[in-house]
Design a protein around this ligand. Structure first.
Ligand code: Z5A
Length: 223
């Protein structure tokens, strides 16, 4: 009997695709490229769920506000910042992402777990092993099926981000904070067979092309 071949659309059912990168890397822009690519695989926008982190539920958005705000006279402790990222992530995973995957949707996430390892681990200097323990307690084995990491020199990324308006509390960190963050992103992606680095300093057209190629290769590798 002939073995039936799954279509790309069938393979994409219940998949969680994440975009990571420094500010100004073009993550929001990349979401539109992924949407275009998914349409080419016969995945409609109504079958796709978009998330952003921190945020994505009513409570998680409140936590996002706390993470971004500055209060005179009280610094948000680095560990409190880390725990807020995971509190927001648990809300999002349990209330939005898992139900969407159960409903056979494709989920496209603007940031996920690698951001905590990179920013709170690399940038803030919190032990990566400790973050892994918190991740395990909060989310167990839950993880992205594919991570597209948009790699950019922090100076260029911040220049792009500044073009959009005022920088927030994290964006105002010194450049070496972002150098450390980038270094952790790169080391995580290098060890993850389900992650791909995209050169985000390229023109938008070339970034789009690179993302399409990465997605094509990934979907072909799926059973
Ligand atoms: N954070 C954390 O510390 N720990 C965590 O666990 C998580 C997050 C989950 C979220 O901020 C902050 O939380 C973030 C990390 C931290 N803080 N910092 N710093 P956010 O969601 O508000 O911001 P963001 O995630 O950094 O996204 P962004 O600044 O909006 O950047 P983007 O989405 O990557 O970029 P973009 O909006 O698509 O593009 C930026 C500009 O560049 C825009 O004008 C584009 O038109 C332009 N662009 C895009 N692509 C190109 C190319 N290829 N060439 C030229 N120009 C381009």
């Amino acid at each position: 009997m002939p073995v039936s071949k799954k279509s790309a659309a069938d393979k994409l059912i219940s998949k969680f695709i994440v975009i990571e990168g420094l500010e100004g890397a073009g993550k929001s822009t990349a979401v539109s490229y992924i949407t275009k690519w998914l349409a080419g695989q016969n995945i409609a926008t109504c079958d796709t769920v978009y998330t952003r982190e921190p945020g994505g539920t009513a409570l998680a958005e409140k936590m996002r506000d706390i993470v971004k705000m500055e209060i005179t006279g009280e610094k948000l402790d680095d560990k409190a910042e880390l725990l807020l990222m995971y509190a927001a992530r648990v809300q999002l995973v349990e209330h939005v992402i898992k139900p969407a995957l159960m409903a056979e949707k494709v989920v496209v996430g603007d940031r996920h777990n690698y951001s905590s390892l990179a920013y709170q681990g690399g940038g803030r200097g919190i032990d990566l092993g400790l973050i892994d323990v918190i991740k395990k307690v909060a989310l167990g084995d839950f993880k992205a099926d594919l991570t597209l990491y948009l790699d950019i020199d922090p100076e260029l990324g911040l220049t792009r981000a500044k073009g959009r308006g005022e920088l927030d509390r994290i964006e105002r960190q010194a450049i070496d904070f972002f150098d450390r963050t980038r270094a952790v992103f790169l080391s995580l992606v290098a060890k993850d067979k389900n992650a791909v680095t995209i050169d985000a300093s390229q023109s938008p057209a070339l970034v789009e092309k690179s993302i399409f190629l990465a997605l094509d290769k990934w979907v072909m590798s799926l059973a």
